[in-house]
Write a protein that binds this ligand. Structure first.
Ligand SMILES: [Mg+2]
Length: 250
């Protein structure tokens, strides 16, 4: 993938055969960078502002709607599209309209470690693609990815289905054309790992204290193949072709 004309995960994956190496699906926020440190606060403000402006409601009403849609659909933008006929692209552009670079905090050495990781790397995020590109670009890792799948692409039969949709997980596997056990989802959100596991993928849980419902307990759920507190050691460990975790049940 080249930054200027980044292909979608969809198109690039179709060209690949079923006998390739592992396919790494990376989440973005609180996985590849620390979004809780400053970006989430700003997105939160912008999102509420975008709902209030778009629907002509006050801030309290906007926040209530956001909570309702986030709980029900996994993303405010989907609720806005479904219930208010709002254009999802326009809404996401409004809510993510800020300069990302000064707010991005990533791990040292991430680009080098990703470069050495064998296999295809695809970004899978419930965030809009233009925001994801800016973050990856700031981290200096955009060109390390073979594809980028943002929320705009998570469509199935005319409906938006972001993570943790199991239908989305199956759709991804169909497009990748690789057996599920060769696909590894790396994520900070447990619900997403659970549906990936149910679709037969391997899973790596990146613990982040700022992620809702994150768990500090040492034990891990059955759908968590491996648990890490940072990406660096995992990528170093996996660079020799070792695939973490055990596959889920397809
Ligand atoms: Mg995340």
């Amino acid at each position: 993938m080249r930054p200027a004309r980044a292909p979608s995960a969809l198109r690039r994956s179709r060209a690949a055969g079923p006998h390739d190496g592992p396919v790494w699906l990376f989440d973005l926020d609180n996985t590849l960078h620390d979004a809780s440190r400053s970006i989430f606060r700003l997105i939160d403000q912008r999102m509420s502002q975008a709902v209030a402006t778009t629907l002509g409601v006050d801030r309290a009403q906007a926040d209530a709607l956001r909570r309702r849609y986030w709980t029900r659909y996994g993303a405010t933008a989907i609720g806005m599209a479904r219930h208010h006929g709002v254009d999802i692209h326009r809404f996401l552009a409004l809510s993510h309209d800020f300069e990302v670079a000064p707010l991005v905090h990533g791990e040292t050495g991430l680009a080098r470690r990703l470069r050495r990781l064998p296999g295809r790397k695809i970004l899978l995020t419930n965030a809009p693609a233009h925001y994801a590109r800016q973050v990856l670009s700031t981290l200096g890792i955009l060109h390390e990815f073979d594809g980028l799948w943002g929320i705009e692409e998570m469509n199935l039969q005319g409906r938006h289905r972001p993570k943790p949709s199991r239908a989305l997980m199956h759709q991804i596997l169909a497009r990748l054309r690789v057996p599920a056990h060769r696909v590894i989802l790396i994520e900070d959100t447990l619900a997403n790992l659970k549906s990936a596991h149910q679709a037969g993928m391997r899973t790596v849980y990146v613990y982040h204290p700022g992620t809702p419902f994150s768990t500090q307990r040492r034990g891990r759920d059955l759908y968590v193949g491996r648990r890490v507190n940072a990406l660096g050691p995992l990528l170093t460990w996996a660079r020799d072709g070792r695939i973490p975790g055990s596959p889920g049940r397809a």
